[in-house]
Design a protein around this ligand. Structure first.
Ligand code: SF4
Length: 615
């Protein structure tokens, strides 16, 4: 390793690069692939790495994959045509091991066999041999029964591929494996490297462009053998079993979308078929595909592997491909319904009632439908024409709209007599107050009011703007304030950045644009004569854990004063039920399932792997 001490990309490296590691459970093949990826990342290349194992336990064949490229890697498949092959256990050598390996690929094997003899089996490839087991044993890595060779063989790989020694060392240090560097150095010196001795075309089973996925054994045919003494983690006392569960994405979607269904449909039959599935559950796919916080993605199982499936973007793409036609109305006995409020809840409610064959009128206080989607979300996130497109499709179901209708208790009683049902969908229109001294000063205003005004006219802001809150409205205010001319925008949130409820991408984009986050701070007073000139922030410490798992913020007496020109409050909203007659019984529901015969996606469907304790 002594010659390679720079961070430059080796001249011989051909990109994109795909690497496949074959090992046995317990040898550390997945960490081996990760270390290789981390080393390439140190020389500023994009990498992707993941293992391919499920129920295997110690000793079972395991594979791991690494991809390297100059650009973001979007291919999430397993590696079927590797450029580099690492074989951690010589007992894995057999006819299938070269499956898909590219002509001229580089192969590194851990073996104590004479290198010359081994090389004769691989004359078409760049080939290297290292006795990683022997070196790792000498350095005491693992136990006498199970020698862990991953960190040793990566040292040999680095020499084989001309990777910089300092990049390798940094990746070991980052993984907390610096103690294994001596073994890696020993392997890098001891590795035997052979260039291909034959330049003939590769054997038929390796010819491009074939890409045959390796055979996967059915997971259900597992055996309940007594576990061997060489176990991996908690699997030592568990055996895999299959349980029926709904996909977590579908369960997490508040709109009740059949996520698995629409993704499968887009793959099999295209966007039109997928749009049809989406429109069975929700009428605003173009909107949700842009601004939904996507709890479906937070619930995605792949998050633990290589990141969530980008469900929100798929939904947006499907809705944008073509104008999805509304679902046909069902032929039911029509009753009449008044829906109060033309925001997302009112629109969804009207849509589903109309599809069920009911007669619907929407009463909206503004001059256009859309509610907070129209007034509270900046156009860079949700352009007006996109919202209109979804609303127009809803209205194609013969829904009456009565805009500019500000209703009071009396009107409501009247409507109750006129219609078979009145459904209140007035949203959360009342912002929480901050209850801090000086909140009545000019220049302190509700964030939603600022967002609504800035969508109607060209609002200009000067100097420093402080936004208070950590949700999407707060991020919208902060990013819009920069666009309105603020010279500096600071977002104050009482918990940590990780606990901010705003969409992660919004936080990242906001920070990239120049929004400064002041977390674990809380405003305790606003300062100024008539107009605000400053804000007093107290430091906040995390207190005891609350029911939702988060720590309660405890405001301390350590304060600091910041000068500012505007404060935008985005502390969340509650509903204002003043419209309701006092003696009315309200049937509160947050779930459409309680009223309508929708498919219940929370019911067990599909399969998920689980584990059960061996008796
Ligand atoms: S993006 Fe939102 S609406 Fe779309 S599937 Fe995910 S949770 Fe449901």
């Amino acid at each position: 390793m002594e010659n390679e001490t720079s961070n430059t990309i080796p001249d011989t490296l051909s990109l994109p690069l795909e690497i496949r590691v074959h090992g046995r459970g317990g040898q550390g093949g997945v960490t081996c692939a990760k270390l290789i990826a981390a080393t390439y990342a140190q020389i500023e290349l994009f990498v992707q790495t993941f293992g391919d194992y499920g129920a295997e336990r110690s000793g079972a064949p395991v594979r791991a994959f690494t991809r390297v490229d100059r650009e973001v890697i979007k291919n999430r498949n397993k590696v079927y045509r590797p450029d580099h092959l690492l074989i951690l256990d010589p007992s894995l050598l057999g006819p299938g091991i070269l499956e898909g390996v590219r002509a001229g690929a580089s192969i590194l094997i851990n073996s104590n066999e004479p290198p010359d003899l081994l090389q004769k089996q691989f004359p078409l490839y760049r080939f290297a041999v290292i006795d990683a087991t022997g070196i790792a044993r000498e350095h005491g890595i693992g136990t006498s029964a199970v020698v862990i060779i991953n960190t040793t063989i990566v040292g040999a790989y680095a020499t084989f591929m001309g990777l910089p020694a300092d990049a390798l060392e940094r990746s070991y240090t980052a993984f907390g494996l610096a103690g294994d560097l001596d073994a890696a150095r020993a392997a890098s010196e001891a590795v035997h490297i052979f260039e291909p001795v034959e330049k003939t075309s590769p054997p038929a089973h390796n010819k491009e462009p074939e890409s045959t996925p390796a055979t996967v054994l059915p997971m259900t045919e597992h055996h309940r053998d007594i576990p061997s003494s060489l176990m991996t983690g908690a699997w030592s006392s568990q055996t895999p079993c299959y349980q029926e569960y709904a996909a977590p994405c579908s369960v997490a979607c508040p709109a009740g979308n059949d996520v698995v269904g629409f993704i499968q449909a887009v793959k099999d039959n295209g966007p039109e078929a997928a749009a049809k599935i989406l429109l069975e559950t929700q009428p605003l796919p173009s909107v949700c595909g842009r601004v939904c916080p996507a709890p479906c993605m937070t619930a995605c199982n792949r998050i633990f592997l290589d990141g969530a499936v980008n469900i929100r973007s798929l939904e947006r793409w499907i809705a944008d491909q073509e104008y999805p036609q509304p679902l046909p109305k069902q032929d039911n006995d029509a009753k009449s319904f008044a829906v109060i409020g033309g925001g997302p809840a009112g629109l969804s409610c009207a849509y589903h009632l109309a599809i069920l064959g009911q007669k619907v009128s929407i009463y909206e206080k503004e001059d256009k439908l859309g509610g907070v989607l129209r007034s509270g979300i900046p156009i860079y996130r949700l352009p007006g024409e996109i919202l209109d497109r979804d609303i127009d499709r809803i209205l194609e179901l013969d829904i009456d709209t009565l805009c500019n209708s500000t209703l009071n208790q009396e009107n409501l009683i009247q409507l109750q007599q006129e219609y078979d049902g009145v459904i209140i969908c007035i949203g959360l229109g009342q912002p929480y107050a901050i209850h801090a001294a000086g909140e009545q000063l000019e220049g302190v205003q509700q964030g939603l009011d600022y967002l609504a005004a800035s969508k109607k006219q060209n609002v200009r802001l000067n100097g420093t703007v402080i936004v208070v809150g950590g949700g999407n409205t707060a991020m919208d205010c902060a990013r819009s304030a920069l666009r309105s001319g603020a010279s500096s925008v600071k977002l104050v949130y009482r918990r940590s950045r990780e606990e901010m409820p705003a969409i992660i991408e919004e936080i990242e984009d906001g920070c990239r644009e120049g929004v400064q986050l002041l977390t674990q701070r809380q405003p305790v007073a606003f300062v100024g004569d008539k107009h605000i000139s400053g804000i007093i922030l107290a430091e906040v410490e995390p207190g005891p854990q609350e029911k939702d798992g988060r720590r309660r913020p405890i405001v301390t007496d350590k304060t600091v004063e910041l000068s500012c020109n505007t404060v935008l409050l985005a502390l969340g909203q509650k509903n204002n039920l003043d419209i309701l007659p006092k003696n009315l019984t309200i049937n509160r529901s947050t779930s459409p399932y309680s009223f309508f015969p929708f498919p219940d996606y929370s019911a067990p469907r599909g399969s998920a792997q689980g584990y059960e304790q061996l008796s």
